[in-house]
Design a protein around this ligand. Sequence first.
Ligand SMILES: [Zn+2]
Length: 861
Amino acid sequence: MKNYTTKLASLLSLLLVVSITLTSNSVNAQKKKNKKSKTEQTAKPVPKKDKKKTIADLTKSSKEIDGLFKIYQDTLTGSVNMLITKEQLDKEYIHFSQVANGATDFGVFRGAYGGSTVFKISKYFNKIEFTKQNTSFYFDPESALSKSADANNTEGVMASLKVEASDDKKGLYLIKADDLFLKETFTQIKPSKRPGTPPTAFSLGNLDKNKTKINAIRNYPENTDLAIEYVYSKSSTLNGGSNAISDGRNVSIKIFHSLIEMPDNDYEPRFDDPRVGYFLTQVDDKTSTETANYRDLVHRWNLIKKNPEAELSEPVEPITWWMENSTPVEWRETIKEGVLRWNIAFEKAGFKNAMVVKMQPDDADWDAGDIRYNVLRWTSSPNPPFGGYGPSFVNPRTGEIMGADIMLEYVHFTNRLTIDKMYNEASDNIAYNSYNNEKYNCIAGELMQESSFFGKTVISAFGDSKLELDKMLYDNMMRLIMHEVGHTLGLNHNMKGSQLFSPEELATPELIEGKALSTSVMEYPSINVTVDRSKQGIYYDNSVGPYDKWAIEFGYKPFKSDQERESLLSKSTQPELVFGNDADDMRSTGKGIDPRVNIYDHSNDPITFALDRITLSKNTLKTIKNTFTEDGKSYQELKNAYLILTNQIGGSGTIISKYIGGVYVDRAMVGQEGATQPYTPVSLEDQKRAMKGLEDHIFAPNAFDAPNELYNFIASQRRGFGFFGGPEDPKIHGRILNFQKRVLAQLLHRNTLQRISDSELYGNEYSLTSFMTDLNKSIFSTDISGNVNSFRQNLQVEYTNMLINMLTGKSSSSYTHTAKSMALYNLKSIRTMSSNSGNISSKAHKQHLRILIDNALKEIK
Ligand SMILES: [Zn+2]
């Protein structure tokens, strides 16, 4: 009680102090006020309180821009008001945005699409609200459950803006649109930092409201478009970014926003099927009792036959492409041809001339960023983010594609190895944002450029004609266009597509002439270059593939019945219609389980393909010193050729490695004709063949042999202080070890080892024990009892460390016990093999191995 009284007393005294302070403050305020009123007395008399301002009052100094949403822009300040009508309330609209300009430093680059979203406009007392809608769920309106459709899913109130003036009779409401458009209201633009991004990485400042502005307003009856320049500022920066950024403290990102009326047309949504690869909008049917209650909307254009009765008819409205006037003149015909090749596929779906290509006039009054035009665009960026990119945007309620573009980078035609990440460790610090959607990430252009480098290197090295080189470049361009156009039609990747022909068939020119080399141009195959140069045919697909035609039929054919659709889908088991996309991201180490679903391989026997590629690369390496040096020029081209060829050898190892512990996947439905079973392990024979391939060509003491006299010449051309970042000498050992490490990382990945054990239960005959024993042998048996060369010393230490890591490393708990036991078994065996033999270097190396193992064994508990 005493305690309580004391507390109360101190509280009272505190209140007293506060009240005294307040009083003195209000006295001061009063004094100030008195002073002010004195001066005011001499000024004009204060007018009576304004009567409520009308819309006309607030917009009298503004230019009226009529369209879907009427906009008034002040002619003096540029600030904008927007008029909302009563009819527009409680209706749905679509928001879509794309990047007009940015920089690759922060992953926001010209032409990148943000996703489209649905929003609703509503009135709340004297405010107008813009609310993002949830489009992920479907409720059958007939079901009573639909009454609780909003349970536990949230809508997002993006803006709530005061009505500045209204005309209640006409139902008009005026809001300040600056507050809507000069902020990141509709979508996040400044990327969020990836966790773990170093503080020294380039980053944007904060959105500067003063500097952010509207660059253009284009208003049409069905869409209101705005070009906004967002400026991000900070007073100082540690990292000013690349030379694409003029001032790291003040960076502009230009975005095109479109507010679009919800289409009211006869488009019929089409639902997805796991056997065909379309982009989709995922929707769950919450009133269905099905286990897989998917109602996923396929992304496709609204093609309608002019003559519905005809077997083959032109569409009412074709998909029209505009070639941007910046397109290099010499490539215009080829590009047009590439787009129109898809018409062959549409003919199977019943449409004639589904695609049309037109040329943007030099004096066009529209910009390529105008969503009403589908544009084939060209850029030559400082740090090209891609070789090609084909995004589209859809109505999230139906999946209807409403617009698309194709972005192409000029770098694709150059000899420049600007895409450093292809040859160095990937610098993976691109941040997350809405314009960096990995789902649509297409590196086809990058890979095709790399492929072309290889093609050029071989063609030049073997003295083939200029004509041959032109043919290769033509094939390459044609295919890149077909691939990117495929994306804009709704198709995603089909990484199983390169299984169409056997290696022998690919080396039979008359057989493949004019054909597709893969089942699908949506694949990323490697270039077709034959070891025997006399058997060289086409280098890339010359046509869309059988899968592409079938997929377009599925997406676009006007089906007369469900049965017709089903009978088309039932063909999915035919070898030329196989499908597997990059869903499980098989591009990463340890991901993806079906080795046929892979990039950069070719033929229905990728192991043989990879071994051939290694042979061809090695043969070519022997010749490059003569073919890639020219009087009066630097050695840059020679260095590039070395990098390209060794990269082919290393990459081939990665392709082969996927066969070990691989499991073939079949997505056919139960009872479908030609179906096997969902999971079938790779045969013992093929896994052994893969192991032998790696032993001979990736791990062997002479695996990456190049003529020693080459090493003195693989030099970059000096530019300014370009070597300041690190010494310029060729780092041969490191490069080769990296290729070997990539293969080992796949073989010893916890997913691979776990799958080998698991698949022993359902048909895998290459047991974990046999595989781990073979791997150990392939890395040690040829030389451990004698002299070990420097490449093998690196490999053996690296591999030993990886085994130790499995047992005592940070992620050791993610390995299975059986895998760890084999790691321990192998370490002990290496310990025994590493006797004190060979030259001094080899003795030192083996002593190193013994100590590593002894120390590790002490740590194991
Ligand atoms: Zn792609």
